[in-house]
Ligand binder design. Structure first.
Ligand SMILES: [Zn+2]
Length: 227
């Protein structure tokens, strides 16, 4: 089968999602150069970092971090574009794995009990065919050996559709759109809430709110990229 794989890759070379070079044996989706050159923040090693400081006075989080800095026109932007608009789910999984290997080595993030993606608007998910945050979570879950919880945090359709009407009331609209379906199953857990990119933090803040009303729940936040 190894020979067959070699023959197939001769005619259909597997390309790196970050830089388009042909991948060599042992490389999956990203070449070693791209992995080494990712603009990592290492914020998971610093409790007071630019991402966690964004939430002070807004929502009481345990920990907050972002894997990489958003590099306009750079490698990370290409990868996020592949994930969100080219349907390349594997990029999300691979980035989640790399992120998870970093997080699980931190004395803080190893205390996480379960991983949870920010749900997409159901119409948007249907159109895209998948939730990019869930793909990232699958990698995180595998690397950190923690369960992935989907379908419990719900994004309400009705309220979200109003978001488009009043773009000046974005926070007001986003603040009530998330609800929890089965709160009892989450009691006492330390949850890692995951999104692809953090900009204002409004969505993550809104998603953390209903979770924090559950007895004993602590919430931490992780995103692949930050501005
Ligand atoms: Zn590459």
């Amino acid at each position: 089968m190894v020979v067959l794989d070699d023959i197939i890759s001769l005619f259909y070379p597997r390309l790196c999602a970050g830089c388009n070079v042909s991948l060599i044996k042992g490389e999956e989706f990203l070449c070693l150069n791209c992995i080494a050159d990712l603009p990592r923040t290492n914020f998971h090693l610093i409790s007071e970092n630019p991402v966690s400081l964004q939430f002070i006075g807004r929502v009481p989080l345990e920990l907050a971090t972002s894997f990489c800095r958003f590099d306009k026109g750079g490698r990370l932007q290409r990868l996020l574009h592949q994930l969100k608009y080219k349907g390349n789910r594997e990029v999300g999984h691979k980035m989640g794995l790399l992120f998870g290997y970093d997080l699980i080595q931190s004395t803080q993030y190893c205390k996480i009990d379960a991983i949870m993606p920010i749900p997409l608007h159901p119409k948007k998910e249907k159109k895209r065919g998948f939730n990019q945050s869930t793909e990232i979570c699958k990698g995180l879950s595998e690397a950190m050996n923690r369960p992935l919880i989907t379908g419990n945090l719900i994004r309400d359709v009705h309220t979200d559709s109003q978001t488009r009407k009043g773009r000046f009331e974005r926070w007001e609209n986003v603040s009530g759109i998330f609800t929890v379906k089965h709160s009892v199953s989450l009691e006492g857990m330390h949850l890692l809430l995951v999104d692809d990119v953090i900009t204002t933090g409004a969505t993550l803040e809104a998603a953390a709110m209903p979770l924090l009303r559950i007895p004993g729940v602590r919430v931490s936040i992780a995103t692949l990229a930050c501005a």
